[in-house]
Design a protein around this ligand. Structure first.
Ligand code: HEC
Ligand code: HEC
Length: 214
């Protein structure tokens, strides 16, 4: 009887240790792991602890709108969004996330504060970029970006926040829309980006990175 109790105790202790074990909380296939834990233990490796990524290879997620954020994770998970960096990095990571976890992650990142970006390089880019963002390019029928993304590029529902996003990432995505069908949910952006020149793209991305939104 004594030995049995002891075995039970050992088993209980082992189980408790397992639950707090850091490796288990990194388990992307365990629906019991909370969104906040996933954000802090997994997503933070690339997107930063508060969704402010230090490397421009990884988009900032801080302050992103919930609806857009969720749509992207669903897009990666269902393999709809298949731009190369998307499938390389995000397909595997999103594979087993549950609806509840995806919603929780969206709420977590929407509540994070963006840390200010400093723009390096030519200040004329800011002026030219603001022009494109606020007014579009009338001669080519390109609409003002602000119409959908908000005056401060703060985003709205399925229109993503662009303020404070890494310029390199924005350029990369504008080229994805312009040249490929790798983001099928972005068919509006394909039309918008069609006639942007490389200079327009570089200018508007530089301007957007410098904004703090809201
Ligand atoms: C190993 C690095 C890595 C990890 C870990 C990672 N991501 Fe990503 N994530 C990326 C890269 C790279 C992209 C950009 C993909 C592209 O260019 O299409 C991205 C893009 C995204 C996007 C789309 C952003 C946008 O503006 O469209 C969302 C949302 C996202 N990740 C959420 C998450 C969440 C939630 C986690 C944790 C479960 C996570 N990521 C973990 C590398 C990572
Ligand atoms: C008619 C509405 C509309 C207009 C105008 C518009 N956009 Fe968008 N944009 C969208 C939508 C919707 C998405 C999300 C697409 C998706 O879900 O794949 C998007 C996505 C983007 C993204 C990808 C963001 C990310 O995190 O991956 C960039 C960059 C972007 N737009 C830049 C611009 C620029 C620059 C302009 C102006 C030249 C512009 N947009 C004008 C609707 C618009």
């Amino acid at each position: 009887m004594k030995a049995f109790t002891l075995t039970l105790m050992v088993a209980t202790v082992a189980l408790a240790a397992g639950c707090t074990n850091i490796e288990r909380s990194r388990d992307l296939a365990n629906p019991a792991v909370s969104a906040t834990t996933l954000a802090q233990q997994v997503c933070s490796n690339c997107h930063g602890l508060t969704g402010n990524a230090t490397s421009p290879n990884f988009p900032n997620l801080a302050g992103q709108t919930e609806a857009y954020f969720e749509a992207q994770l669903v897009g990666f998970k269902s393999h709809g969004r298949h731009d190369p960096a998307g499938f390389e990095y995000m397909w595997g990571l999103s594979r087993s996330l549950t609806e509840v976890q995806i919603e929780g992650l969206a709420v977590f990142y929407a509540a994070q504060k963006q840390t200010a970006q400093t723009l390096e390089g030519d200040p004329n880019r800011l002026v030219a970029g603001k022009e494109v963002f606020d007014k579009g390019v009338a001669a080519k029928g390109i609409p003002p970006c602000a119409t959908c993304h908000g005056e401060q590029a703060q985003g709205n529902a399925t229109f993503p926040r662009l303020a404070g996003q890494h310029a390199d990432y924005l350029v990369k995505q504008l080229l994805v829309f312009q040249r490929t069908d790798e983001r099928p949910e972005g068919s509006i952006m394909k039309t918008v980006a069609h006639d942007l020149t490389p200079q327009n793209i570089s200018d508007v991305a530089g301007y957007l990175q410098s904004l703090t939104g809201r």
